[in-house]
Ligand binder design. Sequence first.
Ligand code: NAD
Length: 372
Amino acid sequence: MMTNNSFRPVIGILAERLVGEWRVALAPADVRRLGKRASIVIERGAGGKAGFADDDYVQAGATIADRFQITSTAQVLVSVRAPTELASFMPATVLISLGGRDDAVKAAVGARGLKHLSLDRLPRTTRAQAMDVLSSQATIAGYAAVIEGARALDVLLPMLTTAAGIVKPAKMIALGAGVAGLQAIATARRLGAVAHGFDVREASREQVESLGATFVSADNVIKAQEAANGYAAEQSADDQAKLRRALAPTLAQMQLIVTSAQIPGHPAPILIDGDTLTSLGRGTVIVDLAAETGGNTSRTKPDQTVMVSGVKILGPTNLPSLMAADASRLFSGNIRALLEHLISEETGLELHHDDPITAALLGVDQPLRTAA
Ligand code: NAD
């Protein structure tokens, strides 16, 4: 167990440095709530791109400072992405951020003796649900995927009956019906599309159907066993090929395809290969949320739009940042729940290695999870 001597730790909120990252790790409302347990200092302008002014943080009880002042005084640092200048941080600083799969981060954390609570390692348990940034951000990604996909389509999603004629509703499918896929289905339904869903976990059938969508069955395909941790198990190359062949005729009927199939610790499975791409209708739009882990199509390129036989493949890797205000509010709610778990009003900050959430975040025997 590591106990911090100061009763009220100083929590520093860092501005994001990655180009295109507009989120902030803590929003003013959560800063106010954390004020009972900690003193909070925020880097000047850190919330600006998410719509939170420095004054909002001051009103919530935080103080504003420059980055160096924060990194040299705070016991706990929070950010969305792992900072790049870890080597200059004070030893034993507790850092809470994503970035657990980044080798440079791991090396700097080890060399400097930092405590990295890597949010990519949060266990999938009921107790940890309130802290689950991957789920909250996957929800936003699923929503945003449909909005981006709708923009890229040359047809409308809803059915329209007008004096000039009838517009048929578009057909949409989510391949991978986890957190992001289910939100994509719900969003597409709200916009009037006819929605479908597919997943190798049998448990997802009911979730897809409860949203009013059709579950696409690939009964002739050997289904992956759901692993004990709730994730899909990896399929053999042969099973993956059978799955692609089984899905292709259904995909040829779709106008919008949102893919988010992932297996933690493994490359994303290829669900759409070159043969399937050429069989899709011209104008079909694929939004591949698995682009960061290799993509669910054989032609996905991270953060690029690729055209193959009249099919548009989008590979966005940071959709939550496009909706930075709400993405930050949800991320912040998760971080507040985690900080309330770690910091007690009576004893201050404590990292108990026998606490399953703390141990997992520190990297003791927990696989890394994948972001949508
Ligand atoms: P994920 O991001 O790891 O994967 C997304 C989806 O891809 C999963 O549903 C997976 O089954 C699916 N998939 C993998 N290989 C596939 C393939 N070859 N073809 C089609 N689909 C494939 O998963 P996720 O979205 O983080 O979560 C999955 C499930 O876990 C959901 O049901 C979610 O509700 C549940 N969950 C529970 C908790 C909790 O209890 N605290 C937290 C997060 C998620």
